[in-house]
Ligand binder design. Structure first.
Ligand SMILES: *Cc1c(COP(=O)(O)O)cnc(C)c1O
Length: 420
């Protein structure tokens, strides 16, 4: 029996695509096993207990669950301390707290991975309208552009970071076509930074990268890593939030900024959110594995359909993002409509291209998520402009992620965009 109408020839092609991806699936499972053991050991060694889930109110003084959750995350990330809070409203907010936490007027921040993620532009002050930006507070910004092929300009790093307070690295490609950085690449960058500026604070935007590899950037010399809980480390269960992890003195500076100077980590009631944050972290390695399999399968299928994809289905991955060049606007629309049809929430909605603020072209998005905006759940975004690429990510379970991708291909088939 079949619950979804998918052309038998397409099903056959999907079977072939999955077979082709099996060696990568084995590697993904191997990493998920390692990371699951790492997470479980951290829970056990820190004595996580039901009492830690007790909601606190008001100031939240002495909330033991909050403290243990920080300790568990620090152990998982292999660093001294962490600040994981539902109070962070988004990844951008978390990155903002980290930057304002460690930078002071007159300081310079240098981004070593080209143009940073769109939402950071206002934070840095790259846009004129950004009141309250780092620039507004007298913090200057410089950027080391990527090379033609999208890789980091390693040789130029020592010169670029001379005298800088913060060396900033974005691990994920975000919505660009440059390759995402492996932890090994970040290690290389850190070495280059230290060679000319040992005092620089290396901050990594770790969004979409958590649990994709066995190590995290904090284990190869990064001073702070930052991420969102509605992406990888929330495991699809955290309802909102973010984290900062790394060297204790810098995490403390961020905590002073998040709450108030002199108060830092001492306050912050949890209102009953701690259980979901623990549980999400517990699930995260397997959920990330599902997202990686979904992305790998999508790459494999689209390769068989003749499309250019990055990364390719047989390549190692540094984050959960998959870009697919679908060549035509109609193809982007059909793909996103199909993904939406396979969502557990709002499947009946038809996504429409719209003028999204900050974009110079229309954008179409497919997202039918339990958590608003959660991109650890299967989702796809495509600006309707050259090179007509869709960026997709997420998949809480591999089995349902696969259905989403099959329905995307079915939708393209029905519109006559692909032929079998
Ligand atoms: C998602 C993301 C952000 C910002 O997170 P929001 O939750 O959308 O504010 C920053 N950097 C990268 C690389 C991201 O993927």
């Amino acid at each position: 029996m079949s619950f979804f109408q998918i052309d038998p020839k397409l099903r056959e092609l999907c079977e072939q695509a999955e077979q082709k991806a099996l060696p990568r699936f084995q590697e993904i499972d191997r990493i998920a096993q390692y990371n699951s053991e790492k997470v479980l050991a951290a829970f056990i060694q820190n004595g996580v207990s039901e009492s830690h889930f007790t909601p606190s109110t008001g100031y939240g003084y002495g909330d033991r669950g909050r403290e243990v959750l920080d300790e568990v995350l620090a152990q998982i990330m292999g660093c001294e301390d962490a600040l994981i809070r539902y109070n962070f409203m988004s990844g951008t907010h978390t990155l903002t707290v980290a930057l304002f936490g460690v930078l002071r007027p007159g300081d310079r921040m240098v981004c070593l991975t080209g143009t940073p993620y769109d939402t950071l532009h206002s934070v840095i002050g790259l846009k004129e309208d950004a009141s309250g930006s780092l620039k507004d507070f007298g913090i200057t910004y410089e950027q080391l552009d990527l090379k033609e092929d999208g890789t980091v300009n390693y040789e130029a790093i020592p010169q670029a970071v001379k005298g800088a307070k913060v060396a900033y690295i974005q691990r994920s490609r975000g919505y660009s076509l440059r390759p995402s950085l492996f932890v090994e690449d970040i290690e290389k960058i850190v070495k280059q930074v230290r060679s000319s500026n040992p005092e620089a604070i290396v901050i990594v935007d770790n969004c979409y990268g958590e649990f994709v590899q066995q190590q995290e950037p904090t284990q190869v010399g990064a001073d702070l890593i930052v991420g969102s809980l509605i992406k990888n480390p929330g495991g699809g269960i955290a309802p909102t939030g973010g984290y900062i992890a790394g060297k204790a003195k810098y995490v403390d500076m961020c905590a002073q900024r998040l709450s108030a100077p002199g108060v830092g980590k001492e306050i912050g009631c949890t209102l009953g959110n701690t259980r979901a944050l623990f549980m999400g972290l517990f699930f995260a390695p397997t959920v990330v594995a599902s997202a990686l399999k979904t992305a790998t399968f999508a790459a494999s299928l689209c390769e068989l359909l003749g499309y250019e994809v990055t990364p390719k289905s047989d390549e190692a991955r540094a984050d959960i993002i998959q870009a697919i060049c679908l060549e035509k606007p109609e193809a982007l629309i059909a793909f996103c409509e199909g993904v939406q049809k396979g969502a557990p929430v709002d499947s009946y909605v038809t996504p429409e291209p719209w003028d999204m603020p900050g974009y110079d072209s229309k954008v179409i998005m497919a997202a039918g998520a339990f958590t608003n905006g959660a991109s650890i759940e299967l989702s796809a975004d495509a600006p309707l402009r050259e090179p007509y690429a869709v960026w997709m990510q997420g998949g809480l379970t591999w089995q349902t992620g696969k259905v989403g991708i099959m329905l995307a291909a079915q939708s393209m088939l029905e519109k006559g965009i692909i032929k079998l």
